[in-house]
Design a protein around this ligand. Structure first.
Ligand SMILES: NC(=O)c1ccc[n+]([C@@H]2O[C@H](COP(=O)([O-])OP(=O)(O)OC[C@H]3O[C@@H](n4cnc5c(N)ncnc54)[C@H](OP(=O)(O)O)[C@@H]3O)[C@@H](O)[C@H]2O)c1
Length: 344
């Protein structure tokens, strides 16, 4: 559906458009009263921020089993304990998943395979950082590694598992895999020319917001392509966006000597315009429960389907998408193993 929304792109991607929706577009109730009784959801990065709140909202809809996938056992246990107090009858588990560690991703995937049907999966874990850091094993810049490379790897590993378990559960609806993106991708100036990976790993051009926006842009481009290879009758896959939200941990990892803008202006801007965590997380729930197959491969934001970034409507963008796909598959070949054959 995002493919048909190019006409809305200039408004959605304008500063005025963003200001308008941050200030005036508010949470819509789900179109149907939905009970998630008997269903399972898994949320990555659910020890805090939007992931925790999205988990809570799924539980409020009657979810029976929740898996909280986190990188710190203590922090996950603390969050789970809080939810268990609110929802004592629900089966809540904490699983370890470090998105910066391929071994952890594989161990997690193996465990996921044993879950049976997972109705809703949200890949929410991501980061920002003011400091350029190479990943010790892969050599890639860490934000690019976590937000893009590892996230698309996990997506490619989970989609076939979800496909195989589609009709064995309590409902015949396809499972939904939602990946958390960001509308900041509209402001990315990532050029369509040249190899992607070396540019994302370049310390010379590194800047906190640029790297974050670019990583989310690449995520959207890749997921758009991946979704074309997945039948929405098997698995529905979409990218959702909470909008700018105040009060989460995303602003961590600041520079040791922050300038005036980083120290005062950005936090003030986020505080003044940011949505509540409850409101932002409700977009995740909307993306899982309300858009269905028409949202497959689309960008879901502000409780509706929104346009792709500009590059996905022009031929140079298609070339970038081809190159990104090839570079990513080449990079992840050893990690994908047999699953590689499922993607062309
Ligand atoms: N806040 C916003 O304005 C906004 C706007 C648009 C999109 N988003 C997106 O919303 C999602 C949630 O962000 P948030 O605002 O809720 O920020 P947050 O509070 O910092 O949550 C991020 C989560 O990701 C986890 N995470 C980071 N690196 C990880 C790794 N290597 N392995 C496993 N988990 C890792 C964090 O775990 P730890 O606590 O252990 O670090 C945390 O649970 C992100 O995808 C973000 O890009 C946020």
């Amino acid at each position: 559906m995002s493919a048909q929304l190019e006409k809305d792109l200039s408004w959605e991607s304008s500063m005025l458009g963003i200001l308008y929706r941050q200030l005036f577009v508010s949470r819509k109730p789900l179109t149907n009263h939905i009970s998630l009784n008997g269903q399972t959801a898994l949320v990555t990065g659910s020890n805090g921020g939007l992931g925790l709140e999205a988990s809570r909202q799924l539980l409020q809809h009657g979810l029976s089993r929740l898996i909280m996938a986190v990188r710190s056992q203590a922090s996950g246990d603390g969050a789970a304990e809080m939810l268990r107090k609110e929802f004592p009858d629900v089966h809540i588990q904490v699983w370890l998943l470090d998105m910066a560690d391929y071994e952890s991703i594989h161990a997690f995937t193996k465990r996921y395979q044993g879950l049976g049907r997972v109705d809703y999966t949200i890949l929410n874990a991501a980061m920002q950082s003011s400091n350029f850091e190479h990943h010790a094993k892969t050599g890639h810049e860490l934000v690019f590694q976590v937000n893009y490379i590892s996230t698309v790897l996990l997506c490619m590993l989970l989609a076939p598992i979800l496909k195989d378990t589609t009709y064995t559960g309590v409902t015949v609806k396809p499972p939904v895999l939602s990946i958390v993106g960001s509308d900041t991708m509209y402001f990315s100036k990532f050029s369509s020319a040249g190899l992607v990976f070396p540019r994302m790993d370049n310390p010379g051009s590194y800047e906190r917001m640029t790297q974050y926006m670019d990583s989310k842009l690449l995520l959207m481009i890749f997921i758009n392509r991946l979704a074309q290879q997945i039948d929405p009758d098997d698995v529905i896959i979409n990218v959702c966006n909470p909008g700018m939200v105040a009060g989460t941990g995303l602003g961590r990892n600041g520079s040791p000597n922050p300038g005036f803008a980083e120290k005062y202006l950005v936090p003030l801007f986020v505080k003044a315009l940011g949505r509540s965590v409850q409101s932002g997380a409700s977009v995740y729930v909307h993306a899982l429960l309300d858009e269905g197959k028409k949202g497959h491969g689309s960008f879901i934001s502000d409780w509706g389907i929104k346009p792709y970034p500009r590059l996905l409507y022009i031929s140079e963008g298609q070339e970038l998408s081809d190159r990104l796909w090839q570079e990513t598959i080449e990079e992840l070949k050893p990690e994908l193993g047999e699953v590689r054959a499922m993607y062309s």
